[in-house]
Design a protein around this ligand. Structure first.
Ligand SMILES: [Zn+2]
Length: 47
């Protein structure tokens, strides 16, 4: 189980909303969360 770093809740790793940043795959619940991450990945990935 992965964690959605936008809302901080668990998310399935087969989520179709995912994004690879610096070699790590991040998973999201919604298209909006993925877009928010893609706009500013450093803000979230640094946590
Ligand atoms: Zn989420």
């Amino acid at each position: 189980m992965a964690r959605c770093i936008i809302c901080n809740l668990k998310v399935e790793e087969d989520s179709r909303y995912n994004s690879v940043y610096k070699g790590k795959t991040y998973y999201f619940h919604t298209k909006e969360e993925k877009e928010e991450f893609d706009r500013n990945p450093q803000k979230y990935a640094s946590k």
